[in-house]
Ligand binder design. Structure first.
Ligand code: GLA
Length: 377
């Protein structure tokens, strides 16, 4: 089954946008393996927009030979030889967002072409879609086209949240669906996505996930969407939000030269394990204080659960950033006599054995994530 868990990978758009070519993509495949991203769980290497010739050749969508001189099968084979999976991009409209040929009217031909090249993941955008067209049907058509190829191709729908995709994308065959406009590398951007989507995840389950867009972790203002950048604390908060809330984890930074701290964030084993937990249950919001301090809980496999605190900027008194969780709010009544072993998922350190609940401090722009294991008497 595809997308049993939220997909993980790297995508060219956030950093490189139009500036892509074969050499870069091959280097990224090498980097994903050599720098341990593959071992951490990142498996899809995805080429975004701008890989094609501006005009179809004999009706076929065709890689630009100056950028991809050996064609796409060659790139796919190389990516597969590294034990990774290969992703590409097309669009439901006549043209992609950057003006390259879209798949409108060519869905089955293009799907067959992608399958022949060995594509494992298709991001499907929504630019230049005819105003008279039916958006839901457009995603259904490409879904049918991909399924008809006989190849397992993960269908990553990207309609930016138009027409409330959480209410229809799963039934139309998407494995992930973008629910917002494009992320940029600023704190406000990821925080707005978080606030807009954090209660729109109840449908996250094997087979289909709400995609909060690509990560900006490590960009620090560099690259195409690098508008100003975030601090490393904020990148950790951004990554913890995406991980905890069950978004796909698609890196957008230049992984060839991220600093050690940002690499550590992207490879945090406990945050990734929460995102990839085998039960794939969505978390639920326990409380949101001042619309700034958010507490979530998520049931995990093995009888465990996780708790996350995210504090956004603008909390008036630092005192208020002392946060707590009461196990009573998670269904563990104090009379039950249950104790809970708590571990800090960010640092990996033991937090102790707690009765009734626990307290910590999570300052503005920070996060606290804890893995909790009830201990039977
Ligand atoms: C849209 C998408 C982006 C990216 C660009 C490419 O804006 O939302 O993620 O794929 O198109 O042109």
């Amino acid at each position: 089954m595809l997308a049993q868990k939220p997909p993980m990978g790297w995508n060219s758009w956030n950093t490189f946008a139009t500036d892509i070519n074969e050499e870069l993509i091959l280097q990224m495949a090498d980097t994903m393996v050599e720098k341990g991203y593959k071992d951490a769980g990142y498996e899809y290497l995805i080429i975004d927009d701008c890989w094609a010739l501006k005009k179809r050749v004999d009706g076929k969508i065709t890689p630009d030979p100056t950028l991809f001189p050996h064609g796409m099968k060659y790139v796919a084979d190389y990516v597969h030889s590294k034990g990774l999976k290969f992703g590409m991009y097309s669009c439901a409209g006549f043209l992609t967002c950057e003006g390259y040929p879209g798949s409108y009217g060519y869905e089955f031909e293009d799907a067959r072409q992608f399958a022949q090249w060995g594509v494992d993941y298709l991001k499907y955008d929504f630019c230049n879609f005819p105003s008279s067209g039916d958006g839901k049907n457009a995603y259904l058509t490409m879904s049918m086209a991909l399924r008809s190829t006989g190849r397992d191709i993960l269908f990553a729908a990207c309609n930016w949240g138009t027409d409330d995709p959480s209410s229809w994308m799963r039934s139309r065959g998407a494995h992930t669906y973008r629910s917002t406009g494009d992320i940029v590398d600023t704190p406000k951007s990821y925080m707005d996505i978080f606030k807009g989507q954090c209660q729109n995840i109840e449908g996250n389950a094997p087979g289909c996930y709400n995609d909060f867009d690509m990560l900006t972790v490590g960009m620090h203002g560099k690259g195409f969407v690098g508008l100003g950048g975030c601090t490393s604390e904020q990148y950790l908060q951004h990554f913890a939000m995406w991980s905890f809330l069950g978004s796909p984890l698609i890196i957008g930074g230049d992984i060839r030269n991220l600093c050690e701290e940002d690499e550590k964030i992207l490879k945090n084993p406990d945050l990734i394990a929460i995102n990839q937990d085998e039960e794939c249950r969505p978390p639920f919001l326990v409380s949101s204080k001042f619309d700034k301090i958010f507490t979530f809980a998520k049931l995990l496999s093995g009888g465990r659960f996780a708790v996350a605190f995210f504090t956004l900027p603008g909390v008036e008194k630092e005192w208020d950033t002392k946060v707590s969780i009461c196990f009573d709010d998670l269904g563990i009544h104090s009379e039950s006599g249950i104790s809970v072993r708590v571990r800090n998922a960010i640092t990996g350190e033991d937090f102790g054995i707690c009765r009734d609940g626990f307290r910590t401090q999570v300052k503005e722009n920070e996060c606290g994530v804890f893995i909790c294991e009830p201990i039977l008497k």
